[in-house]
Write a protein that binds this ligand. Structure first.
Ligand SMILES: *Cc1c(COP(=O)(O)O)cnc(C)c1O
Length: 415
């Protein structure tokens, strides 16, 4: 019996049920992944009890010699991974990392230009419901009806807005981001270039997506999406002045004590991200997403931008009777977890939407390859073709549960 089971059976039972859900469903939310047991062990380690306000060798508390070792390893591995000079591994999540970048480089009321949330951007890129749109004057660019960023248009908008900072990077964009082009746009208007690679970091560090370095002045990422690490954030730069400002913005600016146990887990994940096994994983993630896009298009579905360059596929139902919400619910009944998503030319509300976003990272971590993704893509199309047919959805759910059970989760990587 585990300590948890003995002490708090209610939480233990919920953990067991969640493990069963994760095992039996096909997790295709593009921002999710399965981390390594070694990462979870570090997250559950003794470092959860340690206060370490400050930075390695500059702490406000005693007894930090081993916490220093942990954080320095995480920083060194992060810099090696993304080929940069400075990394702050303390942000509790991606949103906090972005908040710190703004706090470090902007004054309240300064202008920021980011990708529109409904076009695939993130809340923290200037949405009016987020601190990024409340504390700063925010403006947006978007994608064209073909689902792609038109860089000439971004330049035109930047010239009119004259932002202090331009944010590039997205949460629902299936194509490569041209960081060099964004640098040229930023230079044309004298703006700072901030790249948020939360979604694609795992591909970037494997050489499967162009790097934001040396183009961006500052780069943030989450560590739990394509990087398959613990839930958390990180900020990187090659500019020493920016690094100093970012460090002060994180602590004491926005956060208190760092989560040393999570930083330890980030270091463990980075060790995996630096391995050859990781390069194979990242290639497989892209290959699996490409199969998904190809099969869905062959089955007559409108894949936004006509395919994918990365780990996700956006499917549009603008030409269908049903909505993204309907599709999300129907796929859920068939054991496939995705999320509804707005699409270019959206006609429905953000709570209903005309699309879904499907990702390959989590199932690739379970060891699934092209053959499984072909089967799954066909089942997705089967569900969507006959979206009212709940009996068929139950049948597909049973089939996919059997498929899923052949792929264990929470094992050390086999790539
Ligand atoms: C997920 C995401 C974030 C925020 O991450 P959280 O850890 O959920 O706060 C920031 N930017 C982008 C582009 C994201 O996709």
């Amino acid at each position: 019996m585990s300590f948890l089971q003995e002490f708090d059976n209610e939480i233990f039972e919920l953990c067991e049920k969640e493990l069963e859900r994760q095992t039996d469903h096909l997790e295709m939310i593009a921002s999710e992944n399965f981390t390594l047991p070694a990462v979870m062990e570090a997250m559950g380690s003794v470092f959860t009890n340690k206060y370490a306000e400050g930075y390695p060798n500059k702490r406000y508390y005693g007894g930090c010699e081993f916490a220093d070792g942990v954080e320095q390893l995480a920083i060194d591995r992060a810099c090696e991974l993304f080929n940069c000079q400075f990394a702050n591994v303390q942000p509790h999540a991606g949103s906090q990392a972005n908040g710190a970048v703004y706090a470090a480089l902007l004054q309240a009321g300064d202008k920021i230009l980011g990708m529109d949330l409904s076009h695939g951007g993130h809340l923290t890129h200037g949405s009016k419901v987020s601190f990024s749109g409340k504390n700063y004057q925010s403006f947006t660019y978007g994608v064209e009806l073909d689902g792609r960023i038109n860089y000439d248009r971004v330049l035109d908008i930047a010239k009119i807005v004259q932002p202090k900072i331009i944010v590039c990077g997205a949460s629902a964009y299936a194509r490569e981001i041209d960081f060099k082009r964004f640098r040229e746009i930023a230079d044309a208007v004298g703006a700072i270039l901030f790249a948020d690679i939360a979604h694609i970091a795992g591909l970037v560090c494997a050489g499967e997506h162009p790097s934001p370095f040396p183009y961006a002045d500052v780069v943030t990422t989450t560590t739990h999406k394509t990087l398959a690490g613990p839930r958390g954030g990180m900020i990187m730069t090659n500019d020493e002045e920016i690094a100093k400002k970012v460090n002060s913005a994180i602590f004491p600016g926005l956060q208190g004590g760092p989560l040393v146990h999570v930083i330890a887990a980030k270091a463990v994940a980075f060790k995996y991200n630096l391995s050859d096994a990781w390069k194979a994983y990242a290639k497989q993630v892209k290959s699996n997403a490409a199969v998904l896009a190809k099969v869905l298009m062959e089955r007559g579905y409108d894949v936004v931008s006509g395919g994918t360059d990365n780990h996700l596929v956006l499917v549009s139902f603008l030409n269908k009777e049903f909505s993204g919400k309907d599709a999300d619910a129907a796929l859920g009944r068939a054991g496939i977890t995705v999320n509804k998503n707005t699409v270019p030319g959206e006609t429905r509300s953000p709570f209903v939407t005309s699309g879904i976003r499907i990702g390959s990272p989590a199932l690739t971590s379970r060891g699934m390859k092209e053959a499984e993704f072909e089967t799954i893509a066909n089942r997705i199309a089967d569900v969507l073709d006959d979206i009212e047919n709940e009996a068929k959805q139950a049948e597909i759910k049973a089939e996919l549960k059997a498929l899923a059970r052949n792929f264990v989760i929470y094992t050390q990587p086999t790539y």
